[in-house]
Design a binder for this molecule. Structure first.
Ligand code: NDP
Length: 274
């Protein structure tokens, strides 16, 4: 029997996860099927139950279900528990195990693929949704000077500050409060790009030699990357590397083997731009 996996989200048609997992499977000689599943906004639990009943072995979870995925699970790994959000579910005989590979994926992309060290840096994380939750602990573990979370709905940023305050120096605010602050690294973890928008960027946001990292990815520079360039960011990158790296960590959890990410990332980048 071929093992079945899926990525569940809403919207989901744009997801590249099936292509990435198919490439990992080819590379490692595994046989599996990985599909996209669109869950109704009020029907994540039912979609998971149906997929599991039909023989699904595990699922990735994307916008906007990461928190509800953690709530649904019977058990969680320490990093998913810290985040209170999951991007990876494993269906085991003991129930659903939630994990979160977003933080590890972001760090692997920043440090291994891009050669960017976070230690001692002033970090800004824009957004306080499921993706932001998944990366905060991993960012703080790299010993930045501090981390500020800015969000349109400031209460959600404040909640994250409370949740992660024991792990490092972390503050939370709305976008207006950023007016006179500068950062070495600005990470966009909002879903604003899905509506062709960008979070507000005050003039001094980017310090000299700063990095702008958009968790979104596209064949062209994203609106966030274009705005960041105009506001003085020196290096602007999208989240394709994070996507491949978090997928590799999920694949390793499910299949017990770590794929080589670089050829898959190169292949995916080429297919996006062709
Ligand atoms: P959620 O729906 O959980 O959270 C969305 C966040 O975006 C909230 O903080 C929301 O603010 C904010 N937001 C939405 N629209 C706007 C806007 N117009 N202006 C400012 N802020 C806005 O989504 P996720 O956290 O799961 O995902 C966020 C993004 O990260 C998605 O684009 C996703 O594709 C990407 N991502 C990429 C990954 C990768 O591997 N490259 C991995 C994970 C995520 P508010 O709270 O005020 O509503």
């Amino acid at each position: 029997m071929t093992d079945h996996y899926a990525v569940i989200g809403n919207p989901i048609a744009h997801s590249r996860s099936p292509a990435i997992h198919a490439a990992f499977a080819r590379q490692t000689g595994q046989t599996l099927i990985y599909e996209r599943l669109l869950a109704p906004l009020d029907g994540f639990g039912a979609t998971v139950a149906q997929f599991r009943a039909s023989g699904g072995r595990g699922a990735n979870v994307t916008v906007p279900f990461k928190q509800v995925a953690w709530q649904l699970a019977d058990r969680a790994t320490p990093r998913a528990q810290l985040a209170q959000a999951a991007n990876t579910l494993s269906f085991t005989p003991d129930g659903i195990l939630a994990d979160n590979t977003d933080g590890g994926g972001l760090i692997n992309d920043l440090q291994r693929n891009l050669g960017y060290r976070l230690a001692g840096k002033r970090l800004l994380l824009m957004g306080a949704g499921g993706a932001a939750r998944g990366v905060i602990a991993a960012l703080l573990a790299e010993n930045p000077l501090y981390l500020i979370i800015a969000n349109r709905t400031v209460e959600r940023a404040l909640e994250l500050r409370r949740q992660f305050a024991h792990l490092g120096i972390i503050e939370a605010c709305d976008y207006r409060t950023l007016d006179h602050l500068s950062f070495d690294c600005v990470i966009n973890a909002t879903s604003a790009s899905l509506n062709h928008e960008t979070p507000p960027m005050p003039d001094k946001l980017f310090a000299p030699a700063s990095l702008a990292y958009d968790m979104m990815y596209a064949s062209q520079p994203t609106p966030f990357m274009r705005d960041a360039t105009q506001h003085g960011a020196v290096r602007c990158v999208d989240g394709l590397g994070m996507l491949v790296e978090q997928a590799a960590l999920s694949f390793a959890l499910w299949r017990g083997i770590s794929p080589d990410t670089q050829p898959v990332l190169n292949e995916l980048r080429a297919s996006l731009t062709s």
